[in-house]
Design a binder for this molecule. Structure first.
Ligand code: MEV
Length: 440
């Protein structure tokens, strides 16, 4: 029976586990063991993980894999990926190898501007607010100096603050819409601290502004928060090769492959149902690298999908064309990433991942992540228009099914051998395991 509890966060880890067992697993003798088997023997490391969040009772493992052979702007990378989906790293690696032999990936940073907003209510005319805003704009920036001085020294900081009239959507609603350059930091804390300072300056300056009447003096700040929609923090990645070099599949000529690929991309551009799945495949690559490098994949997901719908229709993040017998395939992604601060300084595996990527700047990491997304999408489309997706998926899934049945080494090699010649389906694998076990 579920029950509520107060003061849960103040209990020791042991007491929290006891409460969970008593409440949810009174008859399950294994529950405590399952929770504890993921604890790390290294107490310092375990404490580090315990303190990432509140109420930690154990660790949740994800596989950390590596996709080698990524040639990006002439430099080779092995890309770390944290993901549970069986075929993703294999697909990325296959794609990397394919493009390694065809000149690799080319990338560029289009822009790096981040955004934050103070949302507030002002009971008065826009013109009056605007002249007030103009008169205090320098003060908004000056008051934030204690927060921005280090970032300013490094060449970043506040780029601009605009007043935006949003009263058409909500009565009295205005925004301070601020733009920032946060260099190698993702910048969430920096931006939010600046915004809260802007909000405080805005409110206090309004109270003393002689041009306002009493109603106008009382600005009501609703909230101050960065935006995860960063269409001006944009990276592009692409691959190109002569169509004739697309010839990799025994059942399709290079031209047929190229044409079918372009059609598949057009379908994703046209149809939101397909676009969502298509982009989900892109995000398989993106999220895995974002997570392995200690960045916030929810922020990236939210921003990327808003970007995919920026023209009013949800559409493909990737595009392809054939011109003068050259095949080009590219992606543009908005992406606010950091390679300093946050988990990047704390999590030993994140530090290792960044070291493996040659200690990238945030701009370099944006490019690597965009490549991972493009590569993943290439692999998915390639499978979809040739063998179908299930062949590769089910081969990888075979291992999951064998694990589910606790197959021993001998059983594994026999079954893997069997499915080199047979189609993998869940029921076929179960049948093969049962047959093997009955025979023995
Ligand atoms: C599965 O995780 C991703 C795919 O569905 C992507 C796609 O359909 O393009 C294979």
């Amino acid at each position: 029976m579920s029950k509520s509890i107060s003061g849960f966060s103040k209990l020791s880890k042991q007491k929290k586990i006891e409460w969970i067992i008593d409440t949810y697993f009174p008859n399950n003798d294994d529950a405590a063991q399952i929770i504890k088997q993921y604890w790390n023997n290294d107490e310092i490391l375990q404490k580090l993980h315990d303190e990432f969040i509140e109420n930690t009772i154990t660790n949740y493992y994800l596989p950390f894999g590596v996709a080698p052979n990524f040639l990006i702007n002439g430099r080779l990378y092995a890309i770390p990926m944290a993901i549970e989906e069986s075929s993703v790293v294999a697909a990325a690696s296959k794609s990397a190898k394919f493009w390694l032999d065809r000149g690799g990936f080319k990338t560029k940073i289009i822009s790096t501007t981040k955004i934050g907003q103070v949302h507030f209510l002002f009971n008065g005319a826009y013109e009056k607010l605007n002249s007030f805003f103009k008169s205090i704009k320098h003060k908004l920036i000056d008051d934030a100096k204690p927060i921005t001085q280090n970032m300013d020294k490094r060449g970043g900081g506040i780029l601009d603050i605009e007043l935006r009239d949003k009263t058409q959507g909500l009565e009295n609603y205005y925004q301070l819409h601020a733009t920032f350059e946060t260099l190698d930091a993702m910048g969430a804390n920096f931006i939010n601290s600046c915004l809260e300072q802007f909000a405080s300056t805005l409110k206090h300056q309004a109270e003393d502004f002689e041009g306002f009447d009493d109603n106008e003096k009382n600005i009501q700040v609703i909230m101050s928060i960065l935006s995860n929609y960063v269409p001006d923090c944009l990276v592009r990645a692409e691959v190109n090769c002569p169509v004739a070099e697309l010839n990799e599949d025994k059942n399709l000529s290079a031209t047929e492959f190229g044409t079918k690929f372009i059609q598949a991309l057009k379908i994703a551009e046209l149809d939101p149902h397909r676009a969502v799945t298509h982009n989900k495949g892109v995000m398989n690559g993106v999220d895995a690298v974002v997570l392995a490098t200690g960045n916030d994949f929810r922020a990236i997901e939210a921003g990327v999908h808003a970007f995919a719908a920026r023209n009013g229709n949800y559409t493909s993040l990737t595009h392809a064309k054939i011109e003068n017998s050259m095949f080009s395939f590219w992606i543009e992604l908005p992406m606010a990433l950091g390679t300093v601060g946050g988990l990047t300084n704390l999590h030993p595996l994140v530090k290792l991942a960044l070291e493996m990527l040659h200690h990238p700047t945030a701009k370099e990491l944006m490019q690597i992540v965009a490549v991972a997304g493009l590569a993943q999408n290439f692999a998915a489309i390639r499978s979809l228009i040739t063998t179908g997706i299930q062949e590769g998926h089910m081969k990888m899934h075979l291992m999951n099914i064998l694990n589910q049945f606790h197959a021993n080494e001998e059983e594994r090699s026999a079954i893997v051998e069997h499915f080199k010649k047979n189609v993998v389906t869940h029921s076929a694998v179960v049948e093969a395991i049962n047959d093997l076990r009955n025979k023995n």
